[in-house]
Design a protein around this ligand. Structure first.
Ligand code: HEC
Ligand code: HEC
Length: 323
């Protein structure tokens, strides 16, 4: 009797817990920010003056002079992305080295502990007067930036290998389908129709996907300010859909390919045929295995034998000396 009471008590507690978590979950979703704010915030983060269709300030951003490693000047110095990176991780991310290095902070980490209000206050210079964007960006847009930073960020490290710059676990086939449906009308089936002139170079979509996958992913998810490019986020795409397109785009022509020298014209790298060659059937396979086994044992024996021999030699030499 007592144990059944205990059971019912526990069971009702469990039920209550489940119901409560459901309620709080749906309430949390109820207050979720609008997708429009997230997308606008992302476009502002990319290039706020293009998103707002205004002229960028003429001078360099005040904070810019606190570093000297990134030698860009003018409008670029005002872009959130130039200081905090396409992966939002500043000095701890892709901009931790190279020509974009500034040493400015990883805001993905910082905004985790900030409320939307605190982010807006920071963008108005509350903590650092030099970080004040309020003379240029209207209040509503500052809020959108805060919404994007709170709810729109993804951790690119889950999708892009920081060393090889290749996509992690992407589905190229799926990415290819999405690309041919949505992107090829403008960029061409091979991504070569639109040529980007950035960073002083001309490049195709495939070039960019391989050179700066973080930028590719941000712009595939949120579009490019000042263009009519479709916005993945508005199409209901998940970050994984964006990752798949990136994986596919990394296979597109890059235009900068160095012609591959055929191995036959380079005798020094022509592989010599191995005696015996690789196993071709079960029997030769077993033979190869046995050969390897005997080989290893043989070496081990030879090695041990050599050791013993050396030991004997040392002992006899020492003995002779004593005599
Ligand atoms: C010229 C470089 C530069 C630009 C441009 C820039 N930031 Fe920053 N940002 C910094 C530096 C440096 C800090 C840390 C020191 C400080 O707060 O001034 C910082 C800090 C932050 C923080 C963290 C605040 C905190 O309390 O720690 C946020 C959030 C942020 N920036 C967002 C943005 C957004 C959004 C934009 C674009 C509207 C932007 N930043 C543009 C350099 C920049
Ligand atoms: C309506 C035409 C159009 C479509 C459709 C389109 N784009 Fe774009 N895209 C553009 C234009 C225009 C640019 C800007 C070109 C420039 O900067 O010179 C651009 C730029 C980009 C960039 C940024 C290049 C850079 O320099 O950073 C990426 C990445 C990109 N597109 C990917 C895509 C992907 C992925 C799709 C499919 C989801 C797509 N685009 C569909 C027109 C389009």
């Amino acid at each position: 009797m007592k144990s059944s009471v205990k059971f019912y008590l526990l069971f009702s507690l469990f039920l209550l817990g489940t119901i409560l978590s459901f309620v709080t979950h749906s309430r949390a979703q109820g207050v979720s920010p609008s997708g429009e704010d997230i997308v606008n915030g992302a476009l502002l983060y990319d290039k706020w003056y293009a998103a707002l269709k205004v002229n960028p300030p003429a001078n360099d951003m005040l904070i810019w002079s606190r570093q000297s490693t990134n030698t860009r000047s003018g409008p670029d110095t005002w872009r959130c992305v130039e200081c905090h990176g396409w992966d939002y991780k500043g000095l701890e991310g892709a901009y931790g080295s190279g020509s974009h290095f500034t040493g400015f902070p990883n805001i993905m980490k910082l905004v985790g502990q900030m409320s939307e209000e605190e982010i807006v206050a920071h963008l108005k210079g509350a903590k650092d007067p030099a970080h004040d964007f309020s003379p240029y960006i209207p209040e509503a847009s500052l809020s959108q930036l805060a919404v994007f930073l709170k709810y729109g960020l993804i951790d690119d490290a889950a999708y892009i290998d920081g060393i090889s710059l290749k996509v992690i676990g992407g589905n190229e086939t799926h990415g290819g389908q999405l690309f041919q449906q949505t992107c090829s009308t403008c960029h061409g089936e091979d991504g070569k129709t639109i040529i980007f002139h950035s960073e002083g170079v001309n490049e195709y979509l495939g070039t960019l996907a391989n050179r700066d996958p973080w930028r590719f992913l941000h712009r595939t998810r949120f579009g490019t300010a000042g263009t009519t490019m479709p916005v993945g986020f508005n199409l209901g795409w998940t970050p994984e859909d964006g990752r798949d397109i990136l994986a596919y785009a990394q296979t597109l022509p890059t235009g900068g390919e160095i012609p591959v020298v055929e191995p036959t014209t380079r005798p020094e790298v022509t592989p010599t045929k191995l005696p015996g060659g690789p196993a071709t059937n079960l029997f030769t396979g077993i033979l190869t295995g046995l050969g390897a086994f005997v080989g290893v044992i043989g070496y081990a024996l030879l090695f041990t034998f050599g050791f013993i021999l050396a030991g004997f030699l040392v002992i006899t030499v020492l003995r002779r000396r004593k005599e």
